[in-house]
Design a protein around this ligand. Structure first.
Ligand code: TRP
Length: 443
């Protein structure tokens, strides 16, 4: 069993919120909302976060804290005879694939950051921001090295363990992220023409909603809270027995919602103020934000700061994705951590190479109708995460003894049995059925 622990509740919450808040919220949410119709998508996403998402987050917290084990052993601990550890293995595979393309975007951030020091980003030749994105991603060396640099930064933190590495990095990075985001919201909302973007982002047009929209919103809700791959099981396994789980879960969800709002309010006003298209896809923030910053005083300075914060948000999420894989592999032998972290991190980098190149030299490589990057994202976000979420919810709510669940959830909390029963009902029936319905509506 691991002896490493979070030093404080706030350390745990910031690390968990750090895992949750990342590219999914700041980069993926705005562009899928942009392609799925804006406000309606966001509304559905919020409802899912507050119901299914929160219930599942609590389920993962309860399992991790109860067993004090990571992805594989947590399931074995509860059900030694069954085959439930496959949920953990599925999670490790999903985390591996997820980080393979996630780290590519981490690399783009580094590439933009480096270029922004020269003021090149907010002032491209002819004001063509899309061309800049294409130039950067088309050069395999530039994005390749940046991608590797991102993975090495992640490895250097995770190899130091939970308390000295992940928590320490998170308690500095997360507050900094909130503060600069607030500054940027003000800047974006005061742009001429900002209002149209706010309307697009917040006004729901439910007629645009299809089965695919629901599935995407569900996948996005899991993605945003880092659910379905046992990341939150792993993080809460390092938590002391007296911490209040419901309160921690709400804190993480509310912080995520706050940042999601702020991200939308930074990005969409900018999109509309500069007549750009909100449904551009993965490159959205990389072509739009430089344009937005380019228009303002000290734009290049703000842009650089923003990229630093994006880098923090992305790193704190990447830590969790590596940790969930490393912890089961070292089986409690902390002396193996450094080596294993390097092996896992570099394999993820290798797996990410085709995703990286699919915006450049492999752009014409058609993988079942889309580029490799988007297909890996689709496989993870719309298939593996909902499947993992389904299994975790079923496992925790049906397989863990009810008395253990209740004791684990209510210890240190002032919530009553009514809260517990509502959660249990939601996890046993509503979450699995919601996932099934959305899956079936797809076929
Ligand atoms: N939640 C992170 C984001 O929104 C990404 C992430 C980190 C994640 N760990 C995860 C997503 C585990 C799913 C599962 O950017």
């Amino acid at each position: 069993m691991a002896t490493d622990r979070w030093t404080s509740r706030i350390g745990f919450i910031l690390a968990a919120a750090g895992s949750a808040i990342g590219l999914g919220t700041v980069w993926r949410l705005p562009y899928v909302a942009g392609t799925e119709g804006g406000g309606a998508f966001f509304l559905i996403f919020l409802v899912l976060l507050l119901t299914v998402g929160t219930a599942l987050l609590l389920a993962e917290f309860v399992l991790g804290r109860h067993t004090q084990e990571g992805a594989i052993r947590a399931y074995k601990h509860v059900a030694p005879k069954g085959q439930w550890q496959w949920i953990g293995i599925l999670g490790m595979v999903a985390a591996f694939l997820l980080l393979s393309f996630y780290s590519v975007v981490g690399g783009w951030i580094i590439a933009y950051l480096v270029r922004s020091f020269g003021g090149q980003v907010t002032n491209p030749p002819d004001g063509d921001y899309t061309a800049l994105f294409e130039t950067i991603t088309a050069n395999p060396w530039e994005v390749g090295i940046a991608h590797l640099a991102f993975m090495i930064m992640t490895i250097l933190v995770v190899q130091q363990g939970v308390r000295k590495g992940i928590e320490k990095a998170s308690v500095y990075m997360m507050p900094a992220l909130f503060i600069l985001f607030a500054v940027l919201v003000v800047r974006s909302l005061t742009l001429d023409g900002a209002w149209e973007g706010v309307v697009f982002f917040l006004q729901p047009d439910l007629s645009a909603v299809t089965g695919e929209t629901l599935l995407t919103a569900l996948g996005q809700a899991f993605f945003s809270l880092s659910l379905g791959v046992s990341v939150m099981v792993t993080y809460s396994s390092y938590l002391g027995k007296s911490e209040n789980l419901p309160r921690s879960a709400w804190s993480v969800v509310l912080l995520t919602i706050l940042i999601a709002f702020m991200a939308g309010l930074v990005i969409f006003p900018g999109v509309f103020a500069f007549d750009l298209q909100p449904d551009e896809g993965p490159e959205l923030i990389f072509t739009i934000l430089p344009a937005v910053f380019g228009e303002m005083a000290f734009g290049s300075l703000f842009f650089t700061l923003f990229m630093i914060l994006m880098l923090f948000a992305t790193l704190t999420s990447a830590f969790s994705l590596v940790e969930i894989i490393v912890k089961p592999l070292i089986r409690g032998k902390e002396e193996k951590r450094v080596k294993m972290t390097w092996i896992v991190g570099l394999l993820i980098f290798a797996m990410g190479i085709p995703s990286n190149l699919s915006f450049g030299v492999l752009a014409d490589w058609d993988v079942f109708g889309d580029i490799f990057f988007n297909q890996v994202d689709y496989l993870v976000s719309n298939i593996l995460l909902p499947t993992g979420a389904f299994l975790i919810s079923v496992f925790v709510s049906w397989r863990v003894r009810k008395e253990d669940l209740q004791e684990e959830m209510l210890r240190g909390s002032n919530r009553g049995i009514g809260f517990f029963n509502t959660w249990l009902f939601t996890s046993r029936y509503i979450v699995p059925i919601a996932i099934l319905v959305v899956f079936i509506s797809m076929i």
